[in-house]
Every structure is written in C-alpha cells, then in structure tokens.
Design a protein. Sequence first.
Length: 279
Amino acid sequence: MFVCVSLAGFIGWFIGETFLYSRLFSFFHGPTRLSELLPTMGAMYFLQIISSLVASGALLLFLHARKRAPWMTAAGTLLFQAYVDVMLLAALSIFAIILVPTSVLRPALYYAIGVIVAGCIIGSFFLVWGARLSLGNWLRWIYERPSFATFRLALPSHFIQLAALRFLICLAAGLTLYGQFASFHITVPLVQALALSPLVVAIGNSPFSPGGLGTTQLVFIFGFAGFAAKEDLFALSLAVSAFNLLVRIPMGLTMGAPLAEAEELADDTTEFKATLTAG
C-alpha cells in the first residue's frame, strides 16, 4: 500500500509541477507545451537527488536555450515562482494554525504573518508604486533591473493562477502523506496531515539536503510526535526519503534533453565568437 500511495502522490506532484511551470513560462516567455517541458522536468527531478538548487539549473537552461531568455531574466522568473510559493505556504501555515491550535507550527505564527506582510509590500512595489519613483531613487534602480522583468510583467491574475495550482499540488501532498501514515498503521487525523503538509513540502524541498534526507526525518519525528513512537515515525520517514530518491533515479534517462540544449548553446556561443573574430 505504501508504494502505491507514494507512487500516485509522486505522479500527481510531477504532473502538477509540469503544468505549473508550463503556465509560468507561457505567461512570461511565450507558449510552452507540457510535452515540450516534460524532458526538462524529468531532468530537474533527477538532479533533485543532489540538491533543489542544482535541479533549478535545468529550468534555467530550458528558458535560456529554448525561450532565448537572458540568464538573469530566467532566474527572475524562477524567483517569482518562489515568491508565489513562499506566500502560499505562509498563508497555508496561518490557516493550519487557526484550524489546529495545537499544531507544532504555532510558534511560527508571527513569522508567517511577517512573510505575508513583506510579500504584500513587494507585490505592491512592482504593481503600484515602483514605477512612480524618481529616476535617481535607488528603489527605482532595483525596479528596473532586467532580472526583475517577470515581477514587472506579472499581473494579479498570474499570481492567483500559479498560487491555485500550487495549492492543489500541496493538497495532493497532504492526502499522500495521510495515506503513507495509514500504510504504516499510524493513525493521524486527516486534518493534522493536511495542516502539516506545508511544512513537509517546504522542508522536503530544502536546498540544504539531497532529496530532503535528514530534514524530512526531523519534521516527521517532531511534527507528529503525539501520534506514534519515534521509532515508527523514523521508519516511515526513511521509507518516504528512500522512495523519493529511488523513484528519481530512472529520470536520469531524460538528461539527454538538457545536455543537448547545453551543447547547442555552446555551439551557438562558439559560432558567435568566431563571427566576431572574423569581423
């Protein structure tokens, strides 16, 4: 049962994120089909075995090589999605604390509120008042940076659509988490699994550990300490981490797409330098 639940959750997460990034890129870099993005997403998931930061390089390469976006503009697009994700996870954390007052997330309530406030200030800066500043203002200089092109182009409708897609992905992650507990005969209320799923998602995608190994164990042991013995929680968390690592290994077969893009990019650069030299 554990493998079936985890596999279903992983497939749902993979398809959901592929659709999410296809919408993100379509908004700011031209139409992007799911089939066009699938090989790059597979490569990104494979590289997550190393680190999520390393994995994001596959998306950067895709935007630069396929969409002809400058490196810094491409990085800004991924930063915008990170901004959407952080805002959503903060909002979900606040909702989870209200829904389950005894949640381990409660000490982070004011931090989550602070994130929402800071995020609203950033959003209003790019939507409303950043463009109205005088040219000599240092904030206007930040506003006009090419790396923030996506933030300047983004509309509230873009934010809402991307946040809604990420919410559905997090909801699927919460249901998967509930099923994983049930497969290990650990009784955890569905509301608790859903309430803590934002923390599991955030920690699991941490760039400081490969595949969330170590950080996932920490969340399981302390976040669900009231529902099972530490040994059982540790065993489940290890099974989750092992599954997440093993299921990504076959995705290394998709590395051909980004490697081909990198080779094409290198050829274009060499040709450009040769043209400059000849000229």
